[in-house]
Design a protein around this ligand. Structure first.
Ligand SMILES: *[C@@H]1O[C@H](CO)[C@@H](O)[C@H](O)[C@H]1NC(C)=O
Ligand SMILES: *[C@@H]1O[C@H](CO)[C@@H](O)[C@H](O)[C@H]1NC(C)=O
Length: 468
């Protein structure tokens, strides 16, 4: 090679190196200092993938993490760094009717000042308290409503999954803030001698009348409305008329399929009654002497007959705790200790396919054994329950020796894997205020977002040939 061409090629090499360096430098610069005036559109920035994690690069915003809806391609939970809750960025824009307090916080005894429709929620210590005990199991109505109120309260830090908007034509879903489970639990009895119906029924009648008169309901026939009826007996009088809405339920046990079904409705977890065991304090395989734990009512109607059959099969086994009695008051403490020291916890169909025992087991990191053929599980599109639960068909469970053989064959290693997974997913079953990324409140909003898009899909297809 001649001297000249050597110099030329070196020069070209240098030019390439320098330009590559400049290119890298400028892209780093763009990423770091992008703001609203950036050359790169926000949507692109938002979707930069690092380690399977969505990161939002904008140092001007406060950084918090929020769950994105699990994508159908994988149920791995993705997180991104959050921006202040802004309706254009939220997963779900929610319009909430300003129903009078008698439908919601009024049932809790809350009284606002004149013309005050909603309690202040800026101080989490001073929000109206929900009654404890068994009522709490069916409290999603309360946590979701609080979360919506918080979305307009900048003092409260929460993930921006759902945001309340004031204009219903800008909303994805219309929220009906009726505490139907609490109304059932508190107001089902006919009180005064002159009253013909209970307050619970009266409220439902009023609610139906109110909704039927709203332009939002008329617009969609209620299909984009969200109604919460977690207690299986709540909304008993109104459910037929409100059945077109997206319902948040504990299960479908007491509903005809045309009113409630897995296609349009959302199954929400019960709020567990036992305390969640902190991860670090959770007993390991060796530290849990009881193989199998069950505590519940002996006789339940309908699907519950299997409880008795199992009782006769298991009552004489020494590493099995099988006792009857509901867990109320002191019983909760006992059950909590019992589950925390058991490897497996039985969840048998009761008078409804679901029960809060499953969620107590999860909070205790006790591997649930589910014997309930009709059970619907919360968030099953995001969670693979077979990773942390054992499913046994009812017909198998009542065969002599079957259940215990199955459980005794599960080795320490397999059990420990399930236990590790349980510790990871417990968060998804926590209701709390303020809500946290990935907790029950946020998981429910994500499920609602999925249902809303399928509702919208059907709705748009039906409109193809209708001009209005
Ligand atoms: C990517 O993953 C590796 C290994 O799992 C980890 O060390 C690294 O910190 C991660 N980077 C980011 C930006 O999360
Ligand atoms: C609500 O939004 C719609 C559509 O953007 C708009 O036409 C309407 O004026 C808004 N209503 C109010 C009260 O702001």
């Amino acid at each position: 090679m001649s001297e000249k061409s050597m110099v030329a090629s070196r020069f070209i090499f240098c030019v390439i190196v320098v330009s590559m360096f400049l290119l890298i430098l400028s892209s780093v610069f763009l990423l770091q200092f992008s703001s609203d005036h950036s050359l790169i559109p926000r949507s692109v920035l938002e979707l930069i993938l690092v380690n399977n994690t969505l990161l939002y690069f904008n140092p001007n915003f406060k950084r918090e993490q929020v769950m994105l809806p699990p994508f159908p391609s994988g149920d791995q939970i993705r997180q991104r760094i959050m921006v202040p809750c802004d309706p254009t960025r939220a997963l779900l824009r929610v319009f909430m009717y300003d129903l009078p307090p008698e439908f919601h916080f009024g049932i809790l005894g809350w009284k606002g000042s004149e013309n005050q429709k909603w309690p202040n929620v800026d101080d989490p210590k001073r929000i109206p308290a929900y009654p404890g005990g068994l009522n709490l199991q069916h409290s999603p109505e309360y946590w979701l409503t609080l979360d919506l109120l918080a979305s307009n309260t900048p003092e409260v830090h929460r993930p921006c999954t759902a945001v309340r908007v004031q204009n219903s034509s800008k909303a994805d879903v219309i929220f009906v803030p009726f505490f139907s489970s609490l109304s059932y639990n508190r107001n089902s009895k006919i009180k005064g001698n002159n009253d013909l119906v209970s307050v619970n029924k009266e409220l439902q009648d009023k609610l139906v009348e109110f909704l039927m008169g709203q332009k939002e309901w008329k617009r969609s026939g209620g299909k984009d409305h969200l109604v919460i009826a977690h207690h299986p007996n709540s909304l008993l009088d109104a459910r037929r008329k409100l059945g077109s809405a997206i319902l948040v339920l504990a299960d479908f046990g007491r509903y005809p399929v045309e009113i409630a079904n897995v296609k349009k409705d959302v199954i929400a977890p019960y709020k567990h009654l036992v305390h969640t065991i902190p991860r670090a304090e959770s007993s390991s395989y060796e530290e849990r002497p009881t193989l199998l734990y069950f505590q519940g009512a002996i006789y339940r109607k309908d699907g519950g007959i299997i409880r008795q059959e199992l009782y006769y099969l298991l009552k004489n086994e020494k590493d099995v705790h099988f006792a009857f009695g509901t867990i109320k008051g002191k019983g909760i403490h006992e059950a909590s200790q019992g589950m925390a020291l058991s490897k497996f916890c039985l969840n048998i169909a009761g008078d409804t396919p679901s029960s809060n025992r499953l969620f107590d087991a999860i909070a205790s990191h006790c591997v649930p054994v589910i014997i309930s053929d009709e059970i619907e599980l919360p968030f099953e599109d995001a969670l693979d329950y077979s990773e942390f639960c054992i499913f046994v068909r009812a017909s198998d469970a009542v065969r002599e020796g079957y259940l215990l053989n199955l459980l005794r064959l599960i080795k320490r290693e397999t059990w420990t894997k399930m236990w590790e997974r349980l510790k990871e997913i417990t968060l998804h079953f926590e209701y709390q205020y303020p809500s946290q990324p990935g907790d029950a409140v946020n998981m429910i909003w994500q499920e609602v977002a999925h249902k809303v898009s399928s509702v919208r899909f059907d709705w748009h297809r039906k409109k193809r040939y209708h001009r209005s």
